[in-house]
Design a protein around this ligand. Structure first.
Ligand SMILES: NC(=O)c1ccc[n+]([C@@H]2O[C@H](COP(=O)([O-])OP(=O)(O)OC[C@H]3O[C@@H](n4cnc5c(N)ncnc54)[C@H](O)[C@@H]3O)[C@@H](O)[C@H]2O)c1
Length: 287
C-alpha cells in the first residue's frame, strides 16, 4: 500500500510521515518547500525523512495540475493524506492570493487526481478556525460553521464542502480533520507558542491581543499523529467523516505566558493590542 503525504516537510506532515515509515509503510512526500517560514527547518525535517528507504520525496507545487497528474500517473498512490496548505489566519488577510492558490486550487487538483487515478481514500487537514467566534463551546462537528472570520477559515470550510461533493459524486471515502492549535518539537516558528518563547528568551516584547482574554485548545503533535494514524488504519469503506482533533483543555493566554516565563526564567515584556477582526477569541474542541 502506497501513501502520498502532501506537505511532508511541514510540521504535521513531517511527524505523520515519520510515523508511517516507522510502521514500514511506503510513503511519498510532496512539498513545494516555500519560504513562508524558515526553509532550513523544512530542509532539516526532510533530511530526517529521506534517510529512510521507504520514503521518497518529490518537490512539487500542488497548484500545478499537469505536474500533479504526472506524479499520480507514475506513483499510483493507494491513499492520499493532504497536509499541505498555506497556514496563518493573519497571512490570509495580507496574502489572500497565496491562500487561495495553496488551499483552494491545490486542493481541487488533488481531488481531481484522486478521482482520475482511483485513490482508495483521502484524508485532509481542516481547522478549528471554521468555528469562527461561535459562542457555543465546546465546538462540535454538528455545529453550524457558516461564519468563518478569516479567508484561511473560509478556505478550510470550502475544502470540507468540495471534499463532500467529490465523495458524493465519485464515491471517494473522505476524512476531514479539524486540528486545534497543534504544538510540539519541530513546530512552526510562525505560531504564538514558538514566537513568544523566542522573544521572552531574547528579551524582545511580545504582542498580546484582546488584553490576553483569549483561549486556545492546544493539542500535542504525538496525539495528532496517533489520531491520524488510527483513522488511516481504520478504513470505513465509503464514508465521509469529519472529526475535531483537539486536546479538550483550553488554556488562557495570560496563564500560558506566565508558564513560559516560569520555565524560561525570564519576564515577558507585554504590549497589549486590540483584537483583530480575523482572530478567534477561544477554541475548545468537543472531540
Ligand atoms: N499546526 C496547527 O496548529 C494547525 C491547526 C489547524 C489546521 N492545521 C492544518 O494542518 C495542515 C498542516 O499544518 P502544519 O502546521 O504542518 O503547516 P506547515 O506550514 O508546517 O506545513 C505545510 C507544508 O505544506 C507545504 N505547502 C504549502 N503549499 C503547498 C503547495 N501549494 N504545494 C506543495 N506544498 C505546499 C509547505 O511548504 C509546508 O511545508 C495545514 O493544512 C494546516 O492548515 C494546522
Amino acid at each position: 500500500m502506497k501513501y502520498l503525504v502532501t506537505g511532508s516537510s511541514g510540521f504535521i506532515g513531517y511527524h505523520l510521515s515519520r510515523r508511517l515509515i516507522n510502521e514500514g509503510i511506503e510513503v511519498t512526500g510532496i512539498d513545494n518547500m516555500n519560504s513562508y517560514y524558515d526553509v532550513t527547518l523544512k530542509e532539516s525535517r526532510l533530511r530526517n525523512l529521506i534517510s529512510h528507504d521507504n520514503f521518497k520525496f518529490i518537490r512539487s507545487d500542488l497548484a500545478e495540475m499537469e505536474d500533479l497528474k504526472k506524479i499520480f500517473m507514475s506513483e499510483k498512490f493507494d491513499y492520499v493524506v493532504n497536509l499541505a496548505a498555506q497556514p496563518g489566519v493573519r497571512y490570509s488577510i495580507t496574502n489572500p492570493e497565496v491562500s487561495i492558490r495553496s488551499n483552494i486550487n491545490a486542493f481541487f487538483n488533488l481531488l481531481e487526481c484522486c478521482k482520475m487515478y482511483d485513490v482508495k481514500s483521502l484524508l485532509f487537514a481542516s481547522s478549528s478556525s471554521v468555528y469562527g467566534n461561535s459562542p457555543k463551546v465546546p465546538s462540535s462537528i454538528k455545529d453550524n460553521v457558516d461564519h468563518p472570520i478569516s479567508l484561511y477559515a473560509a478556505t478550510k470550510k470550502a475544502n470540507e464542502l468540495m471534499a463532500y461533493t467529490y465523495h458524493h459524486l465519485y464515491n471517494i471515502p473522505v476524512t476531514g480533520l479539524r486540528f486545534f492549535t497543534v504544538y510540539g518539537p519541530w513546530g512552526r516558528p510562525d505560531m504564538a507558542y514558538y514566537k513568544f518563547a523566542l522573544n521572552i528568551m531574547k528579551g524582545i516584547p511580545i504582542e498580546v491581543y484582546n488584553k490576553g482574554d483569549m483561549e486556545r485548545d492546544f493539542t500535542y503533535i504525538d496525539d495528532v499523529t496517533e489520531s491520524v494514524y488510527r483513522l488511516l488504519m481504520k478504513n470505513t469503506g465509503s464514508d465521509y467523516r469529519l472529526f475535531n482533533i483537539g486536546g479538550e483543555n483550553p488554556v488562557n493566554l495570560l496563564y500560558f505566558i506566565e508558564t513560559l516565563e516560569k520555565i524560561l526564567g525570564n519576564k515577558a515584556e507585554i504590549i497589549l493590542k486590540e483584537i483583530h477582526t480575523c482572530d478567534v477569541k477561544r477554541t475548545h474542541a468537543d472531540s
